[in-house]
Ligand binder design. Structure first.
Ligand SMILES: [Zn+2]
Length: 463
């Protein structure tokens, strides 16, 4: 933007979003002034005492031209949007979803998953390999990408982008490495054995080396396969009361320890999926302090719900790893704020109602999360439990930089992927308000605050 205060003329804009509330720094201003680090920093609790500013977002050819103080640029655009009263956020990236196609489309398919992503505020989705057939060949990856492109409304021409995660071993069986080079060529951005951790440390070592040679990061579901086979409930007070076999937190922390030691020894990167407990946080924190190239994610449900959710044998709260006690929730929030946990991911795991309406120990693990993730995690920001800059990093820059995906930071030239959010709008979680085919969430029937009002991808309105 201009060095003086006179309105500046910018030509041929496609979109101008007016007077949205932005709570972060202004990148175009930073460039103009030549100074770095001089922008106001987001503060805890700032939303009770807003320190943000009203901005106009100007877009041409699918990219950000400028984000400038409202009214400071004298421009006209082909499309004008009045965003007064709404918060501006970059679109989110979800590094861990299950979209069930091919093979289990009654739970979810790629089109319904991407629709839930559009309404949930996500521009990028990484989908896990545990489809049927497993995504362990280029043909499955290519099929997924084709289904994603077909799901975009032709009149708009864009939609949330799908980034498949390839299988680490053939059939996820943990016996033989998958053809990771083919998977990468077909479009996979990472590899994982998903919910079936590789038992053989020797094979896992070779997988880490092979993936690293190809420039792929291995994502590991940390769970000692002997200590805790998918119990879906934490080993503790609640599991004892219900008479269920629980999963101890050390089942996760033991595997996380193995993983970071291997990554350190081999000098390769590793990403740890859905971290749920304080003991794993300690492992990751110590590894990062030693310089290990480890990143980690946690999920909205581990930050907001506890093991008490399963007290009534509620299968919708059955998830792997399981919900933990409050002390773990606090440790995860602290770790997310200080960067020990790099990113958020939904681990969106849709299941049909009839599959969850069975005895607790028979029900599959998983929570449907794409529809609720934004509101649930924004509530942590709104109430001062999570700093705004940590929220932004965790949902945008951290996953995008780790896995090489496009990201909007509102700098000129960035993809114009952003959303407008009404943080006061209240809504009830239920079949009418969720886009995912599956409604298996412990939040069913609860009132959430904060609702997406508009979503732009490459400057085009998709919601
Ligand atoms: Zn998962």
């Amino acid at each position: 933007m201009s060095e003086n205060n006179k309105p500046q003329q910018v030509k041929k804009l496609d979109l101008a979003v007016r007077s949205a509330l932005w709570l972060g720094p202004l990148k175009s201003q930073a460039k103009a002034s030549g100074k770095k680090g001089s922008q106001p920093k987001a503060q805890l609790g700032m939303l009770k005492n807003p320190k943000g500013q009203l901005v106009d977002v100007l877009v041409a050819k699918g990219r950000i031209v400028s984000v400038a103080p409202a009214g400071s640029l004298d421009v006209q655009a082909a499309k004008e949007v009045d965003a007064r009263g709404l918060i501006l956020l970059p679109s989110l990236t979800d590094a861990h979803t299950h979209l069930r196609e091919p093979g289990q489309e009654y739970k979810e398919d790629i089109a319904s998953g991407l629709l839930a992503a559009a309404f949930g505020g996500f521009s990028n989705l990484m989908c896990m390999a545990n489809t049927r057939p497993v995504n362990d060949t280029a043909s499955v990856t290519e099929f997924m990408l084709e289904q994603a492109r077909k799901s975009w409304p032709p009149a708009v021409g864009v939609g949330p982008r799908l980034y498949p995660i390839g299988a680490l071993t053939k059939g996820l069986k943990g016996q033989e490495l998958a053809s990771m080079a083919d998977l990468k060529d077909a479009g996979c951005v990472a590899v994982s054995n998903d919910g079936r951790p590789v038992e053989s440390t020797e094979l896992f070592r070779r997988a880490l080396e092979y993936a690293h040679d190809l420039g792929l990061v291995v994502i590991d579901h940390c769970e000692d396969p002997f200590l805790a086979p998918a119990a879906g409930v934490n080993e503790g007070v609640v599991s004892s009361r219900l008479g269920l076999a629980g999963q101890p937190d050390i089942a996760e922390a033991i595997q996380a320890s193995r993983d970071v030691l291997l990554a350190e020894y081999l000098n390769v990167p590793i990403h740890l999926a859905h971290i749920s407990c304080e003991k794993s946080v300690a492992v990751i924190r110590a590894a990062k302090a030693r310089g290990v190239d480890v990143t980690a994610e946690t999920c909205p449900h581990y930050l907001t719900l506890t093991e008490d959710e399963v007290a009534g044998y509620s299968a919708n709260a059955k998830v792997n790893p399981p919900l933990r006690p409050q002390a773990d929730v606090e440790a995860l929030l602290e770790a997310l704020a200080d960067g020990t946990i790099d990113m958020l991911a939904t681990d969106h795991a849709p299941h049909a109602a009839h599959e969850k309406e069975v005895e607790f120990d028979q029900a599959p693990c998983g929570i449907s999360g794409l529809d609720t993730a934004l509101a649930v995690t924004w509530e942590l920001v709104r109430t001062g439990r999570l700093p705004f800059d940590a929220f932004l990093r965790a949902w945008t820059t951290a996953p995008c930089r780790r896995f090489g995906l496009p990201v909007c930071t509102f700098a000129p030239g960035d993809p114009a992927d952003f959303l407008l959010f009404d943080q006061e709008a209240q809504w009830v979680v239920g079949p009418d308000t969720m886009q995912s085919k599956s409604k298996n969430t412990p939040l069913l029937g609860r009132v959430l605050r904060g609702r997406l009002k508009a979503h732009f991808l490459a400057g085009k309105s998709i919601v």
